[in-house]
Design a protein around this ligand. Structure first.
Ligand code: FES
Length: 308
């Protein structure tokens, strides 16, 4: 008796029924960890979750798939019995337990997708979407006296050099004309976005009178900062943008620039870990633009969120 016993599940499940959900959960955990650490961990998590999820569904639906076919008699009956209703035939092929299992898994999958897909979309999509910035014409370089900081307020999104209306994209940069290096002009152009959580950084020093640039939606205000400080959590930066105190994780972001027909034109931002030296002599450790709160180099970068 014992030798002939065959367990109905023996050798059929691809993975222990209790292990597949655990592997699926482990895959999701790796996905979440990968979102804040590394693309590779994220990809491995996706792969494990997909494979484990498939096996989980496969094992759970086995009862439905392997329901016995109704037996067909070799000899036709002498008198044909009336055909069974369709619902009765279904009841023969699918047990109630199998139907409930399939419905539960299907409903769970729909709910899980409804919750997970938007979250993953919002978390990952920005990394693949072009978030480039338009060039910004700030007017003649003669408006920027050598060796002095100027606060420039401007609209950062433009269409054919016309400000989009209504404009909700007002920005500020702190600009210092460093004079010429050979034939090339040198400018230090700091973003006012704090690299802790993004609050507007303020210059600590007296300001002069504001003036508008003709034909452009640009306002310039001379300022003599001793440093820059953030009102939100006490972050502080020196006049080169280096962090000197508080929670910011790197130096202030900077703008690239170009000179077009004698005008100073901003051409997108980049991130900076630190600046060694001052003005036109400064050595800048530059990186592509990262969000606030993100380390751009050193061991701390390993905990960098998934960004492009
Ligand atoms: S946002 Fe600037 S210190 Fe926190």
């Amino acid at each position: 008796m014992t030798d002939n016993f065959e367990h109905p599940d023996e050798g059929r499940a691809w993975l222990s029924p209790s292990l597949a959900p655990l592997a699926f959960a482990a895959g999701l955990i790796l996905v979440l960890i990968g979102l804040v650490t590394d693309y590779i961990v994220f990809g491995v998590g996706i792969a494990i979750a997909i494979v484990a999820g498939f096996i989980w569904v496969y094992n759970s639906s086995r009862e439905v798939r392997e329901a016995p076919e109704p037996e067909v008699a070799d000899e036709p009956p002498v008198e044909a019995a009336p055909a069974a209703p369709a619902s009765a035939q279904s009841a023969q092929r699918y047990s109630r337990g199998g139907l409930l299992t399939g419905a539960t898994i299907g409903l769970g999958a729909v709910i899980g997708a409804a919750v997970t897909v938007p979250i993953l979309g919002f978390a990952v999509a920005p990394a693949f979407i072009d978030q480039g910035e338009d060039d910004i014409d700030l007017g003649p370089i003669g408006n920027f006296p050598e060796g002095q900081y100027v606060i420039a307020n401007f609209d950062f999104k433009r269409v054919n050099n016309e400000v989009e209306a209504p404009s909700v994209a007002r920005r500020t940069a702190y600009i210092r004309n460093n004079g010429f290096v050979g034939d090339l002009p040198s400018f230090t152009i700091l973003s006012n976005r704090c690299v802790h959580l993004g609050c507007p950084v303020q210059p600590a020093g007296p300001t002069g009178d504001a003036s508008d640039v003709d034909g452009l939606s640009v306002t310039l205000v001379p300022v003599q900062p001793a440093n820059f400080s953030c009102p939100c959590h006490g972050g502080a930066y020196d006049t080169e943008g280096n962090r000197t105190a508080g929670p910011p994780v790197r130096a202030l972001d900077r703008y690239q620039f170009k000179i077009v027909n004698g005008n100073l034109v901003l051409a997108g931002r980049f991130s900076v870990s630190e600046v060694d030296g001052q003005g036109s002599e400064a050595k800048i450790k530059a990186y592509k633009l990262y969000p606030p709160g993100t380390h751009v180099d050193g061991p701390d970068q390993w905990m960098t969120p998934l960004v492009s």
